[in-house]
Design a protein around this ligand. Structure first.
Ligand code: SAM
Ligand code: SF4
Ligand code: FES
Length: 350
């Protein structure tokens, strides 16, 4: 592909926020434009979502999972992980602490742990909503009725990565899970009025650049409010132990292109990026992202929530993470948002 064509595609993305599959594939494949692409995405980020960064406090409340995803340390068949489950009152107490650290949102994340029925979760959500915080759930696949009950209890957002839009790859890597069901979950969440977050893993064995381009087009089709992109970090206790790590620059290119195509979206600089490279979150925040999800889980539970090795902050406290991330944000001339950080539907004047 000539340099002229690549720059034309970039310009088109900046102006129209539209690209087709071939144009996306060309930009994702070009290893010479990373910084130009990131700078373009950074400008679009400034225009649409401004200089503020939204912090979402992450509570990893159970590492018990009924699923068996080939890449994930929480998978059912991993005998090496020490399982834990926080009680509802421990979860509410962590949310209270998160509010004291200044977080306006908590993200309740877990494996697919069916101990947490929709009724139990609804009670937890109601308690947290009394503290005037936004609640994001990331607990996997549930029925329409369960999602409805959780929404009525006050849940605001839901994160459910599609992981990959290649049905074949999805079903090979998430045994016994159905790609169509995952898609329906996302459209059900949309119908129920959640802010919907999705995303994909970069570097899955067998994944192609065309498939990643397709992932971006899917995020557009869903009109996703949040999009989290993370590199695969192989876990020694999973069938993907010997897989290669996801590539940092390709993951960065994905983030930048997503900002260009979905300018209003909330895009996190994900924790897994930082496992690949020191200060990766800061680089990603300057390549199109505007959200960080610092961990507010306490003590040894952080280590036990072992999706992949080399997870950052396992020995740090929630207070250390809050002050660390605040400092990093300040160092790049940005600031922590004072609001709950719902998606804005109009470009901001800067
Ligand atoms: N169980 C829920 C689900 O799967 O949607 C939420 C928790 S799950 C641990 C959150 C995300 O972790 C998944 O969507 C997946 O993309 C990511 N993840 C799992 N294993 C990973 C690995 N080895 N490297 C990077 N990310 C991983
Ligand atoms: Fe369970 Fe989610 Fe891990 Fe899959 S990615 S094994 S559903 S925790
Ligand atoms: Fe946890 Fe930096 S974000 S110590």
């Amino acid at each position: 592909m000539s340099d002229k064509m690549i720059l034309q595609y970039l310009k088109k993305a900046q102006m129209t926020h539209e690209l087709n599959q071939n144009e996306l594939t060309a930009l994702l494949s070009d290893t010479t434009i990373d910084d130009t692409l990131a700078a373009a995405a950074d400008q679009v980020r400034l225009k649409y979502v401004g200089n503020s960064i939204h912090l979402r406090g992450l509570i990893e409340f159970s590492n018990i999972c009924r699923q068996n995803c080939m890449y994930c340390g929480l998978r059912r068949d991993n005998p090496h992980i020490e399982r834990y489950r926080l009680t509802p009152s421990e979860i509410v107490k962590l949310a209270e602490k998160a509010r004291r650290y200044g977080y306006k949102t908590v993200v309740l994340q877990s494996g697919e742990d069916m101990y947490f029925s929709a009724n139990i979760l609804a009670e937890i959500i109601k308690q947290i909503k009394k503290m005037d915080m936004a609640v994001t759930l990331s607990i996997g696949e549930r029925s329409y009725e369960e999602y409805e009950l959780l929404k009525k209890a006050g849940a605001d957002r839901y994160l459910l990565r599609i992981e990959t839009t290649s049905k074949k790859l999805y079903e090979a890597l998430d045994p016994a899970m159905s790609f169509n069901n995952r898609k329906s979950c996302l459209f059900n969440l949309r119908k129920l009025g959640y802010e919907v977050g999705t995303g994909c893993l970069v570097g899955l064995p067998g994944q192609t650049i065309e498939s990643l381009a397709q992932d971006i087009l899917f995020f557009k089709q869903l009109d996703a409010d949040m999009i989290g992109i993370g590199p695969l970090i192989p876990n020694q206790d999973t069938p993907l132990a010997k897989a290669a790590k996801g590539d940092f620059t390709l993951t960065r290119r994905m983030v930048s292109l997503i900002r260009l195509l979905l300018p209003e979206a909330n895009i996190p600089a994900t924790t897994a990026m930082e496992t690949l490279k020191t200060d990766a979150r800061i680089i990603i925040l300057q390549s199109g992202a505007n959200v960080v999800m610092p961990n507010v889980t306490e003590g040894d539970y952080r280590r036990k929530y072992a999706l992949y090795p080399g997870k950052i902050c396992v020995a740090d406290t929630p207070a250390q993470c809050r002050s660390c991330i605040g400092g990093k944000i300040k160092s790049i001339g940005r600031y922590v948002a004072a609001d709950k950080g719902f998606r804005q539907h109009q470009p901001r004047l800067t």
